[in-house]
Design a protein around this ligand. Structure first.
Ligand code: UTP
Length: 274
């Protein structure tokens, strides 16, 4: 069972300036719910109850969100508005939230490494990038599907999707053998390759299950693309030993780290309630 989920949330979110000047990108709402709450709900639905969040300066609102707000709750007690806090109360009551800070933005690999102090090294854990909003209207959530894959293969699992060939330079791209329908054993991965050099159009999105030896691997992974410690580079070490499975998930993914994806997600969720 995967009980712990890590949320790297230290990024500046520069594509959403000025909105993210004083507010964390992860708190931007799709309709009335902040992005990170969608992620925490997905993790809980997959069986996690420890939510470890890597934050940075200016991210205090995330901690306040996953805490009781006595004054507010007292004010709306007994009114119809009380229901609006029902979902978040469920999470607060049933999950443990822990936090650490990534002091400098040194890349996703480094942010995950910072999570070691919160997660320990004794079990595999999930990672959700809250700005990748994933839903499966037809069944199990994306992380829940990945947990099932992990239980079978007992190694790191990464979520992938097919992207347009012209977009391969925006993602980590994998290659490997399809060993079951939608399940690949990864043999190679490259971070944001030039379009002409991308080995496939199978792109890594913001959902991972990582075995804890990844911490030691990250420790010795040199900064790669953009001078940042890339999780893709660390995962390649595991992949070379046949220990990474890529899973083409069932469902939808919205890239809410950019304005187009954010608007698309907003329209999608709005249609669900109309
Ligand atoms: P992004 O590449 O989207 O970067 O990070 P960003 O800073 O959040 O956004 P832009 O590009 O400036 O608009 C992907 C995920 O990895 C986390 C981010 O918080 C985001 O969830 N991250 C990235 C870290 O936590 N630390 C890092 O050093 C880098």
């Amino acid at each position: 069972m995967i009980k712990k989920c890590l949320f790297p949330a230290a990024g500046y979110g520069t594509r959403f300036l000025p909105a993210t000047k004083a507010m964390p990108k992860e708190m931007l709402p799709i309709l009335t719910k902040p992005l990170i709450q969608y992620g925490v709900e997905e993790a809980k639905d997959a069986g996690c109850d420890i939510m470890a969040i890597v934050t940075g300066r200016g991210k205090r609102a995330i901690e306040d969100h996953f805490d009781i707000s006595y004054e507010l709750e007292y004010q709306i007690k007994g009114t119809s508005k009380e229901d609006l806090l029902h979902q978040i109360r469920e999470l607060i009551d049933n999950c443990t939230f822990t936090y650490t800070r990534q002091k400098e933005m040194k890349g996703l690999g480094d942010a995950i490494y910072k999570g070691k102090a919160l997660l320990g090294e004794d079990s595999a854990f999930a990672v959700i990038l809250a700005d990748d909003l994933c839903v499966n209207p037809k069944g199990d959530g994306i992380l829940k599907q990945m947990v099932q894959v992990f239980e079978k293969y007992k190694c790191s699992v990464i979520a992938i999707m097919e992207v347009d060939e012209s977009d391969t330079n925006k993602y980590g791209i994998i290659s490997g053998q399809e060993i079951e329908e939608n399940i690949f054993r990864v043999t190679d991965m490259v971070e944001k390759p030039e379009v002409s050099k991308a080995p496939t159009n199978l792109a890594i999105i913001g959902r991972y299950i990582l075995t804890p030896d990844i911490f030691d691997i990250i420790k010795y992974t040199k900064p790669g693309k953009n001078g940042e410690v890339q999780i893709t580079d660390a995962l390649l070490t595991q992949a070379k030993e046949g220990r990474v499975i890529a899973y083409k998930f069932d469902g939808l993914r919205f890239d809410c780290g950019n304005v187009d994806g954010f608007v698309e997600a907003t329209n999608y969720f709005y249609k669900q309630i109309k």
